[in-house]
Write a protein that binds this ligand. Sequence first.
Ligand code: NDP
Ligand code: GDP
Length: 326
Amino acid sequence: MTKTALITGITGQDGSYLAELLMTKGYKVAGMVRRSSTLNFERIDHLQNDIELVAGDLLDEGALIHLLRKVRPDEIYNLAAQSFVQTSFGQPVLTGETTALGVTRLLDAMRVVDPDARFYQASSSEMFGKVVEVPQTEATPFHPRSPYGVAKVYGHWITVNYRESYDLHATSGILFNHESPRRGLEFVTRKISHTVARIKLGLETELRLGDLDPQRDWGFAGDYVEAMWAMLQQDTPEDFVIATGETHSVREFCELAFSHVGLEWTDHVVQDDQFMRPAEVDLLIGDPTKARERLGWKPKTDFASLVRMMVDADLEDVARRHGLDG
Ligand code: NDP
Ligand code: GDP
């Protein structure tokens, strides 16, 4: 029997990769999109004939109830969020409404309309924040360092609470940073790969960044959506850390990205205070042992391949947009 999946956040990086994955598995895919005055379907343009787009917003519980009645999903992937840490300092209340309370609205709609569906919550390594142990596992206590991290902690615990209170099949995937050529331009990896491409093609000369010391456990988004699906195929819902188990600094990402196109990063990177954060997360490194043992999941793309993939994709894209030779 064909399964139906509902993805919130389908226009985002992960939503587009997850939709592709579920389609290859024979799912009927519905995606929730919010109204905007200009279309932002760039990441899912190539899928539009094969997926159903339904209107809704995590801020409106009534709309979520109508949407679930219409779609009747077997699996719900809640990927929608205000997902950028720096923006969360400037818009903490909106971040809380969407990234925290939005989870409750969707879980509650599911409890009312479709209690037998399976639910995935996009939790984040930002919940570990000022880390209390290295590496971080499913058992590591949280100490978030931004309104985004705090909102994700709420989203995580309300998912656990609805699972325990109402016996819902609700899972929280604690995913460490994952990137791709579809990553938003404001995130540091894509900002670097995109600017490196522009510098290489002679369109720019400098890359302005904040703190170069923070270390992240960076993986490839295409690998991580496979883990999301695998989590919902478990008979018993449980939470999983998804990570590579390696960590690299922002500086290392710069070095590799520039050297891939034959440039020296120190000739172009300029430190700029406007990209510093009121509180920083210095070090993230996840332990994906449970996911490997229980889901059979492991990352396929290593750090150097990820950096090269992103720079190459941006070189091609920037050259095409500007009619240049890449
Ligand atoms: P993106 O920022 O690329 O996508 C966010 C999505 O959420 C977009 O589709 C956006 O829609 C949608 N959205 C935002 N606000 C609302 C709202 N009020 N109602 C409905 N939809 C809304 O994020 P990613 O794809 O990178 O991440 C997916 C999820 O995983 C997010 O929850 C993120 O916080 C989480 N996560 C991501 C990690 C990563 O490294 N990428 C790591 C750990 C967790 P629109 O296009 O209209 O703006
Ligand atoms: P995050 O881990 O979700 O905050 O992902 P980001 O890609 O936004 O940031 C990763 C790290 O890069 C953080 O420690 C940032 O402080 C650091 N960083 C340094 N310069 C920049 C910058 O110019 N933009 C962004 N987004 N992050 C930067």
